[in-house]
Design a protein around this ligand. Structure first.
Ligand code: FEO
Ligand code: CA
Ligand code: CA
Ligand code: CA
Length: 672
């Protein structure tokens, strides 16, 4: 294993690393791309597989996927006020009544939200807005941990909207990380942050629940104050551990000798909404908040990128200065209590959120639920680091008709990792086959030499041991509720040296999307076939591929991150890295995946300079698309009072503020 170099303080330079700015690398994932992290995989990179990715099914499958379509939808069911009319030439047709004219790609320096003609946008909630009743108004010069713990957190990522009635809904958002240079006036460097500022940043992490309401004759939703409103923070929210690792020696600490209660959640990236209306959230780059131990247990260093304190005393975002549980020397097991999938029930504001250890511990991008044919619960998950893996959990029990046993189903089940093969039947239209290799089964480890708890805490090690396929940073993984296929966003892997199975491009700066078909179209299957649906980039680049659709008719797309589907099964892809890889602002793209338009990437919007598009929720039946604008103005050298963006503009004059935005059709009229 290569010795990992120490993580530098924020490099305030204008260079880019791969597809991201240096500022993004530092704040978002602790400069993970500078390190040789997690390259334990025993699997070879297969040379020159790269079978041309051109097999396509052009006929919409009638699959009868009642299980796939169960209940996880967040469509808000808005009655339509406008009748369908014939689409104009060049319009993207999502459904008979939801259409848009694709926007042109936007240069990465443009500080604006760009939406299609006929659409407008407005801010639902932004960093610092009061959430919990009694929260103070945002004041850039008077921030405090106490205020922030009651206000909307920073860098909203995953977004879901859980309907309550025709006029009420609960917005749930993740707050992945913080940009201290854009939060605190007078920022110099991380080492100079005050303890109060560090605690404020801890309170700005986590999740928010905000009730939304709407009014007659207005297509817009508005944030409201309600008894459901809630903040989950890294600072003070208790979580209960569930599953096989709860109580294990690997998660016992000085302050929690029972190993069952964790304070806080970290780096919550993407997520999923369950059929039982709870929210799953992935703890991603958790290692960066801890100061490493140069001589202790090497597993968090070797497989999860934890950086030793040696050479950079005081790293780990300096959180250890205000709480020694973030110092691995002082509290060696605290780090093992992060890196899980958490579950929150937004409809029960008094509930204790949980961390499900049966789903494994890695740098979880997100977790999306589908149902197997026999109603076992399948959870698809990506581990977003170069050469890490794609996972699926399948519950032991079956979901009851009312779904009330859902949360308990995530406590017991089998964890699988994907192994792709280039072998396929030449008479078929897929590019290869694959299998889900069990890491745990029936409550036992399936990995020689590792206990059940070790498999679940050091899951990367287990995946490598069984020959899982190293992927190009698998981010969101989601099953299409209409065609039943599973889509995997591999965002990029600039350092990939050679083509590999299902990862066809060396130096893959632009990413790709893999499409899986579970055998029998059953989420409980243990084998699948796969196809490269999209190989992203500048369409003029011959290495790109758009499912066979003519490249001269698609929008440029790069670094796919979050995925979601509209009511017709159309795929929507938000991006994280177009500025560095294409010179364009990040975007939200619509891509039909069936029929003659399969592969026709059409850009719906662009976010402002320095921002990433996150958490899309597409309510095509309500003529609305909701997005999180994450890290607006995250560009080199930007600070408060000298920012590169002033998003979301209204009244903002000194620094940008991450926010949730609704894009809606102008002139749309909601009627009860
Ligand atoms: Fe937080 Fe993998 O993006
Ligand atoms: Ca992401
Ligand atoms: Ca998603
Ligand atoms: Ca990303």
């Amino acid at each position: 294993m290569t010795q990992t170099p120490s993580r530098p303080l924020l490099p305030m330079t204008g260079h880019t690393m791969g597809t991201r700015s240096a500022a993004t690398c530092h704040f978002k994932c602790g400069d993970a791309c500078l390190r040789d992290e997690g390259s334990l995989s025993a699997s070879p990179h297969f040379a020159e597989v790269a079978r041309a990715a051109v097999s396509r099914r052009s006929v919409l499958q009638a699959l009868g996927l009642t299980a796939a379509a169960v209940g996880a939808s967040t469509f808000l069911g808005t009655p339509r006020a406008q009748a369908a009319t014939a689409p104009a030439a060049g319009e993207a047709v999502v459904s008979p009544t939801f259409r848009f004219r694709p926007v042109e790609p936007v240069d990465r320096t443009v500080d604006a939200v760009t939406v299609p003609a006929g659409y407008a946008w407005h801010t639902l909630v932004q960093w610092g807005d009061p959430v919990v009743p009694g929260a103070p108004a945002f004041d850039l010069d008077r921030q405090s941990p106490e205020a922030q713990a009651m206000q909307f957190g920073y860098n909203n990522d995953y977004l879901t909207i859980v309907p309550q009635s025709s006029t009420r809904a609960l917005l749930v958002a993740n707050h992945e990380y913080t940009n201290e240079n854009l939060m605190y006036p007078g920022f110099v460097d991380e080492a100079s942050l005050t303890d109060e500022q560090i605690r404020t940043s801890m309170a700005a992490h986590g999740m928010s629940v905000v009730q939304l309401r709407r009014y007659l004759s207005d297509p817009r939703w508005y944030a409201d104050s309600s008894r459901w409103n809630r903040r989950i923070t890294a600072l003070g929210t208790p979580f209960r551990l569930t599953g096989p690792v709860a109580g294990d020696a690997l998660v016992r600490t000085t302050r929690d000798p029972a190993g069952r209660t964790v304070i806080g959640t970290l780096n919550n990236c993407a997520g999923g909404t369950t059929p039982w209306r709870t929210v799953l959230s992935g703890e991603e780059n958790f290692d960066q908040y801890f100061r490493g131990d140069p001589v202790g247990d090497p597993r968090n260093r070797d497989t999860y990128g934890l950086v030793d304190a040696t050479g950079t005393p005081g790293d780990g975002r300096f959180w250890y200065r205000v709480d020694d549980r973030f110092d691995v020397v002082a509290e060696p097991n605290e780090i093992n209590r992060f890196g899980w999938i958490v579950e929150l029930d937004p409809r029960d504001p008094g509930s204790t959120p949980v961390k499900h250890t049966a789903l494994g511990r890695f740098k979880h991008e997100g977790a999306t639920v589908s149902l197997a044919a026999d109603r076992r619960v399948a959870v698809y998950m990506g581990d977003d680091t170069a050469d890490q893996h794609l996972y699926k959990f399948v519950s032991e029990g079956r979901l009851s008709p009312g779904g009330t046993n859902g949360p308990r189903l995530l406590e017991r089940g089998d964890l699988y990792v994907a192994r792709f093969s280039a072998e396929g039947d030449p008479s078929t239209d897929h590019d290869g086959t694959g299998e889900w290799v069990p890491l745990t089964r029936g409550g036992r480890s399936m990995v020689p030499g590792m206990t059940l708890a070790e498999v679940l805490v050091f899951t990367r090690e287990a995946a490598a041991a069984v020959g899982a396929t190293p992927m190009d940073r698998p981010e969101d993984v989601e099953r299409n509720p209409v065609n039943g296929r599973v889509y995997v966003a591999c965002t990029n892997s600039s350092n990939r040296a050679a083509a590999g199975v299902a990862n066809p491009r060396p130096g893959n700066r632009w990413g790709h999307v893999v499409e899986l078909r579970e055998d029998g179209d059953d989420a409980g299957a243990t084998t699948f076939t796969w196809t490269l649906a999209l190989v992203c980039g500048d369409p003029a680049d011959p290495s790109t591929h758009f499912a066979g659709f003519p490249a001269d008719r698609v929008s440029p797309i790069s670094c796919p991150d979050n995925l979601t589907f509209d009511s017709r099964g159309g795929l929507w892809i938000s991006t994280d890295g177009q500025p560095g890889s294409l010179g364009l602002n990040d975007a939200l793209h619509y891509v039909p995946v069936d029929g003659p338009e399969r592969g026709h990437v059409q850009q719906f919007l662009a976010v402002p300079t320095g921002a990433e598009t996150c958490g899309p929720v597409v309510d095509d039946e309500g003529d609305s698309v909701f997005i999180c604008v994450q890290h607006p103005g995250e560009t080199a050298d930007a600070v408060v009072d000298a920012p590169s963006s002033l998003f979301p503009y209204g009244g903002t004059t000194r620094t940008p503020r991450p926010a949730v935005v609704q894009v809606y059709r102008e002139g749309g009229l909601w009627r009860r």
